[in-house]
Design a protein around this ligand. Structure first.
Ligand code: DHB
Ligand code: FE
Length: 285
């Protein structure tokens, strides 16, 4: 008998290693060119902040060694993408998006995979025949800041399943499950059929989980859709959308919820599941 996903639990080492591999395939340290003066400033300020914390809180050798052991383990578990995207990326995103006039962005997180199957403007995301979860019709229009509909915009969408697992990062899921690149029609419209994702729990069996437990935090992100929306002549936007009233919308471990990003789906009249309309407004390049 084949194992169900619940039986074949996603492990931190498994999803961490996959996230590390995915990221490495796209970016390597040598690709990024920051000039010496800026590296000097950023590295010095980061280290000075660490020294200040040590002095202010009288950090002991035991605590210093615990940090050292923990950082070594984060690397061994492949959990640096998870750690950085949960606890640091939101600030980087805030700075990157501060001059944007169009739709709000949010963090990318560790589970994006480029080149998901291309789908027409009205599409159903790849899913299993017995995919669990409330059916969701997610529809809208992509426009420029001046209101012009953007023909042929693309809406890349990826999200967790009804158990909180992402394809290509948790075991046992079809390769492109709940992932797609939807090409909007000549009016920038799209209609995407999927299922509502479940809240996502940071894997608790690895180093990030150990930090969460040691600090008495919780490990949850609210249910969310991930999106990258783009169109010729416009800035690509990476964002996430959440569900009104969902658990952890108000206390996301990754601090990535913004009020503008909360959807309020309504029951489909005479049909199954829920539907919601959300339009994307893109800034020009
Ligand atoms: C993480 C996972 C996510 O699904 C997400 O959207 C952001 C961060 C993480 O495990 O780091
Ligand atoms: Fe996510």
């Amino acid at each position: 008998m084949t194992e169900t996903i619940a039986e074949q639990q996603a492990t931190a080492a498994g999803s961490g290693a996959a996230a590390t591999e995915q990221f490495r395939a796209r970016v390597s340290a040598g690709d990024v060119h920051t000039d010496t003066a800026r590296v000097d400033m950023l590295a010095t300020e980061l280290l000075t902040a660490a020294h200040d914390i040590v002095r202010r809180h009288k950090v002991t050798y035991d605590e210093y060694n615990a940090l050292k052991a923990w950082m070594i383990q984060v690397g061994e578990d492949g959990e640096w993408p998870l750690f950085l995207d949960v606890w640091v990326e939101h600030a980087v995103e805030e700075v990157a998006g501060e001059h944007r006039e169009g739709s709000k962005g949010s963090i990318e997180g560790p589970y994006y995979v480029a080149d998901a199957p291309r789908l027409p403007a009205e599409a159903t995301l790849p899913m299993r025949d017995d995919e669990k979860g409330t059916p969701l019709l997610f529809q809208g229009q992509v426009r420029s800041v001046d209101g012009t509909p953007l023909a042929g915009a693309t809406v890349e969408i990826w999200h967790a399943d009804d158990e909180g697992f992402y394809s290509q990062f948790a075991p046992g899921l079809p390769e492109w499950n709940l992932r797609g690149t939807v090409v909007a029609d000549d009016q920038g419209n799209f209609r995407i059929n999927t299922v509502e994702p479940a809240p996502y729990q940071i894997p608790t069996d690895g180093s990030c989980g150990k930090l969460i437990a040691a600090a008495g935090w919780h490990a949850w992100r609210p249910a969310h859709l991930h999106l990258k929306v783009s169109a010729p002549g416009h800035q690509l936007i990476t964002t996430q959308l959440y569900f009104k009233g969902g658990t952890h919308v108000a206390d996301d471990i990754a601090t990535a919820v913004k009020p503008e990003l909360i959807l309020d789906p309504t029951p489909v009249e005479g049909g199954a599941g829920r539907e919601v309309t959300y339009d994307f407004v893109l800034d020009r390049v």
